[in-house]
Write a protein that binds this ligand. Structure first.
Ligand code: PLP
Length: 438
């Protein structure tokens, strides 16, 4: 298996000769294991997508049932599971987000949301934040703010980056979250004015920034973005590829703030990645733009019956098992107090932030100066200390999600309180490694 992998599999985001992927034999619930029988508690939810846990029997059965009936039918036909999945997702969404364009994942969802915004407004620019990840296709990687964009430039045209709020390392030197909101909104407004409002199709933001730090928007920020978009006739796209479907203890992260975007992009948690699926939730107003004129985009596998059947089953399971409420309670009652206790003990934890099952620890060498444990965009030797923290966790049977100087605590929404406590106690030991650099 290793030989085939090394000889023939070309892996994502990697220098191909420098990696040695761990072969995985199986998975169940919050765990996966290798061929030597070593089990890992999955505190990464893979790429933050296994919201329902691994191998949920009912979800597996729903896929098997659909596979026996109809595996595939192209998007121009109607299909029962395609229609049902779209209806269930639209019923969960706020406002008039009543239609769903299905894709195979998150990047394609953002790609098509941008296409819709451009078609709807007749404008071309897209504003997105520096601390963001929107996927690796052309427009999505250009909209991405993080360093993965750099080697891909130039790709799409018309993307302009701005700073979103980040109270812990405020780009605006704010003294409070409220001030951060005010200054971040003023910065967005200034960016729009200087770019020319009449050229801007969309503001694209992650409702809660995921990979780039689990940045929870400060009070009033999302309302403010909504109001600014309304004022200038700009489409507000909320990327909920990572934040949606239970991750924030809500169906959609925007529910936490009662804000309704014009388009919501989703993927990952919609069916926990059991099959590739993503999509764009479209407002009635934007859908009307394409009522008489054709929407200029499509995908062979849009609304794939197997993937849609898995989304239907997943949403039913979420409802019946109370998974949203469970995720919220895990965050409030177990993860928040557990991480606060770790911060008391470990000087290297500069900040704890998050909600639901979506948390980050920012590791620093000095709490006063906030010098990060490893620099922004650390790679190679510079990334060493974080690799040591991750290795210490893996050695003890915990699979963590780490990114630059952060450990993200992102177990499945279905993890039990005991599993989360066990994971936090392993993390406690691994963080001793970070403290040595303090
Ligand atoms: N948007 C966000 C916020 C993401 O976190 C991701 C992936 O991590 C994407 C978009 C891209 O999704 P995909 O990898 O399914 O294309």
């Amino acid at each position: 298996m290793r030989a085939d992998d090394r000889a023939h599999v070309f892996h994502s985001w990697s220098a191909q000769s420098l990696i040695n992927p761990l072969p995985i034999a199986g998975a169940e619930g919050s765990y996966f294991w290798d061929y030597e029988g070593k089990r890992y508690l999955d505190f990464s939810s893979q790429l933050v997508n296994i919201n329902i846990g691994h191998q949920h029997p009912r979800l597996v059965a729903a896929i098997q049932e659909q596979a026996a009936k109809l595996c595939t039918i192209q998007p121009a036909f109607a299909n029962d599971k395609r229609g049902e999945a779209a209806r269930l997702i639209a019923e969960l969404a706020p406002g008039s987000l009543n239609k769903v364009f299905f894709t195979n994942g998150g990047a394609e969802a953002n790609e098509n949301a941008i296409r819709m915004a451009r078609g709807h407004t007749g404008r071309h620019k897209v504003l997105s934040t520096y601390r963001s990840y929107h996927g690796s296709t052309a427009a999505a990687i250009t909209a991405t703010g993080d360093p993965r964009r750099w080697a891909n430039e130039p790709t799409a045209v018309g993307v302009v980056h701005f700073w979103g709020p980040y109270p812990y390392r405020s780009p605006f030197y704010s003294a409070s979250p409220e001030q951060e909101t005010q200054r971040a909104l003023q910065h967005l407004r200034d960016t729009i004015v200087f770019e020319g409002a009449g050229t801007i199709a969309a503001v694209l933001i992650e409702t809660v920034v995921g990979t780039n730090g689990i940045l929870v928007p400060p009070p009033g920020y999302l309302d403010g973005v909504r109001a600014i978009c309304d004022e200038f006739g700009i489409v507000f796209i909320a990327d909920e590829v990572m934040a949606g479907f239970g991750r924030c203890g809500e169906w959609f992260a925007v529910d936490r703030w009662g804000v309704t975007p014009d388009l919501i992009t989703f993927a990952k948690g919609v069916n926990s990645g059991y099959l590739p699926l993503g999509g764009v939730l479209v407002s009635d107003e934007i859908a009307a733009t394409f009522a008489e004129r054709p929407f200029p985009g499509g995908l062979t596998y849009s609304g794939h019956p197997l993937a849609c059947a898995s989304a239907v089953a997943s949403i039913e399971i979420f409802k019946e098992e109370g998974i949203i409420e469970h995720a919220r309670a895990l965050g409030d009652d177990v993860i928040a107090p557990g991480l606060a206790a770790l911060q008391e003990k470990h000087p290297s934890i500069g900040e704890v932030r998050g909600l639901g099952v979506f948390w980050a620890l920012e590791l620093v060498r000095n709490r006063e100066t906030k010098e990060p444990l490893v620099p922004f965009n650390a790679s190679g030797a510079a990334a060493g200390p974080m690799n040591e923290v991750a290795a210490a966790a893996k050695e003890r049977g915990l699979w963590p999600f780490t990114h630059f100087n952060r450990v993200h605590v992102v177990p499945p929404c279905t993890a039990t309180a005991d599993e989360v406590r066990q994971g936090l106690s392993i993390l406690d030991e691994a963080l001793d490694v970070a403290d040595r650099y303090y």
